[in-house]
Design a protein around this ligand. Structure first.
Ligand code: MSP
Length: 514
């Protein structure tokens, strides 16, 4: 059975983390996808949330003199507020401490056990509490080759543990990647995953006994389920699995799990193996994005260079932040965040290209046409060209969006803005006004307004507030959020007679704002 709903997820964030640019990045990307799909008339389910179990959180709570759930309840708000500050339209927010989640995790554990893929033994080896990850032999070698100051803190553990027969899934996984190359994207990340799996998979420890902050193993509450097994399952919990079959079938499998490259292994190796064992369909795509450095440096609490997304959204506005993150670097690659980079995007792309086109066009309509969109006369070649370029920009935009290439999608819009700006310069409506050439003036201004309309629709998923405001200034009566993307292909949809409003600059130059 095929699901009918487009399902997009972010990782669930460690609840004790302080939200940073990395969290903002994945969440914004997921929101753009969700809004874009809704704009195409698709039903969408967009999930984010918090990862609240495990040794790290138990220890942090202990150090703060509170219980883990007290800690989680106190700090979870920061992530809920992040969604608000960035204008995120998630349909659900999952917390792994919810009852619904415990039910799902235990059910999956039982199904995997019934497949004969779980056995009791002892884990002896190293554990990285910060990453909540068991360290394999090769990883240990890599860690030991690092200078001491760069080594992650790892601890020796020896405890009774349930194991998952991951080794059994080595061949099935490799076959799956072969048959579904779109399962891991971008493609170069698939190669990394394949070589990791080819190098040999050992059975995976999936329970712990030396602390208690987690979901008990069904039938043996001395053990809590390994936090990554618990966390990955959140994607199923939110679909209503196992009790709400109808919703589950409507939503699952996920269309896209967005993750940072550091947690790709969990999503592209362990997660599909668990699902195969439980007899459930696999997500269609796991997309791994790159990492942000800050002014050329790795972001870290000790360096004190962690970018606070609340502060950036406050200073520049959520739309500018959203635009910057997705425009600055191709999705998948690493990038560098800096104050000056964001300012040059504001002043160049937003204030100059987009802002100028809008303000001069609407200004001229106010000046020459009493603020009402004029009627076009017959179109000349040059007017047809900017219409055709708009249609081609829409196609390029959609193709890029369908392959999660945000940066390419935005480039197609800005390439078009350059064409539209050039058209204004070439046609010089101010000259036409002076010459009282009403026919040409009407046709040119009408054409530019249509161009702006197309751009506004395309930009909605990225800059929802500004696009909505621009839409209103173009004289539209219905909200942009209810306009279908296909309208961008109906050249002429901004009607003659619509009352426009130039208003204050939507994207003031940064120096002016100061
Ligand atoms: N709780 C796990 C995820 C479980 S999903 C079943 C986790 N949480 S996290 O709070 O550490 O979230 C990390 C997310 O932020 C990851 O996707 C990670 O890649 C991303 N980033 C952390 N630092 C980052 C940058 N400097 N740049 C971009 N993203 C980065 O992992």
């Amino acid at each position: 059975m095929m699901s009918n709903t487009f399902y997009v997820t972010t990782p669930i964030y460690y609840v004790n983390d302080v939200p940073h640019i990395g969290h903002a990045y994945t969440t914004i990307a997921a929101d753009v996808i969700a809004r874009y799909r809704r704009q195409r008339g698709e039903r969408v389910f967009f999930l984010t949330g918090t990862d609240e179990h495990g040794q790290k959180i138990e220890r942090t709570a202990e150090a703060a003199g509170e219980t883990p759930i007290e800690l989680a309840n106190r700090v979870v708000k920061r992530f809920e507020q992040l969604s608000q500050a960035l204008n995120i339209t998630n349909d659900d927010f999952i917390r792994t401490t919810e009852k619904r989640h415990e039910t799902t995790v235990q059910e999956i554990f039982k199904r995997i056990e019934e497949s004969g893929d779980i056995y009791l033994s002892e884990y002896e080896g190293w554990y990285d509490v910060r990453e909540e990850a068991f360290i394999t032999g090769t990883q240990l070698e890599e860690i030991l080759s690092l200078p001491e100051s760069k080594r992650p803190k790892i601890e020796k553990v020896k405890e009774e543990s349930y194991f998952f027969r991951l080794s059994k899934y080595q061949e099935p996984l490799l076959r799956y990647y072969e048959e579904h190359p779109e399962f891991v994207r971008p493609g170069y990340r698939l190669n990394e995953v394949v070589s990791f799996v080819e190098s040999g998979l050992k059975d995976l420890s999936i329970s712990r006994t030396t602390f208690s902050w987690g979901i008990p193993v069904p039938g043996n509450s001395k053990h809590v389920i390994y936090v990554w097994f618990d966390a990955l399952t959140n994607y199923l919990t939110a679909t209503g699995f196992p009790d709400d079959t109808e919703t589950y079938q409507d939503i699952w499998p996920a269309d896209i799990h967005l993750v940072g490259k550091d947690i790709l292994r969990f999503h592209a190796v362990y997660w599909p193996a668990f699902l195969m064992s439980a007899g459930l369909p696999l997500p269609k795509t796991v997309f791994a994005h790159g990492w942000w450095t800050v002014e050329g440096e790795k972001m870290s609490k000790s360096t004190g260079n962690v970018v606070d997304p609340f502060q950036v959204a406050d200073e520049f506005g959520a739309d500018v932040f959203r635009y910057f993150l997705l425009r600055e670097i191709p999705f998948g690659q690493d990038g560098d965040y800096s104050h000056s980079a964001i300012i040059s995007r504001v002043n160049g792309d937003l204030a100059n290209s987009l802002g100028n086109l809008v303000s001069r066009t609407l200004g001229m309509i106010e000046r020459y046409c009493e603020g009402k969109v004029p009627a076009p006369d017959s179109l000349e070649k040059t007017d047809e060209n900017i219409r055709d370029s708009a249609l081609s920009a829409v196609s390029k935009f959609e193709n890029a969006m369908n392959e999660t290439a945000f940066h390419k999608a935005l480039v197609s819009v800005w390439d078009y803005l350059a064409i539209a700006n050039k058209y204004v310069d070439d046609q010089a409506p101010w000259v036409l006004a002076k010459e009282k050439n009403e026919e040409r003036l009407g046709t040119v201004l009408w054409s530019i307004v249509q161009s702006i309309g197309v751009v506004t629709i395309l930009l909605y998923p990225y800059m929802p507030e500004s696009a909505e405001e621009l839409w209103r200034r173009l004289g539209a009566s219905e909200p942009l959020s209810s306009v279908n993307l296909s309208q961008a292909r109906d050249w002429g949809f901004i009607e003659t007679g619509s009352k426009v409003e130039k208003g204050e600059s939507l994207f003031p130059k940064y120096e002016e704002a100061k």
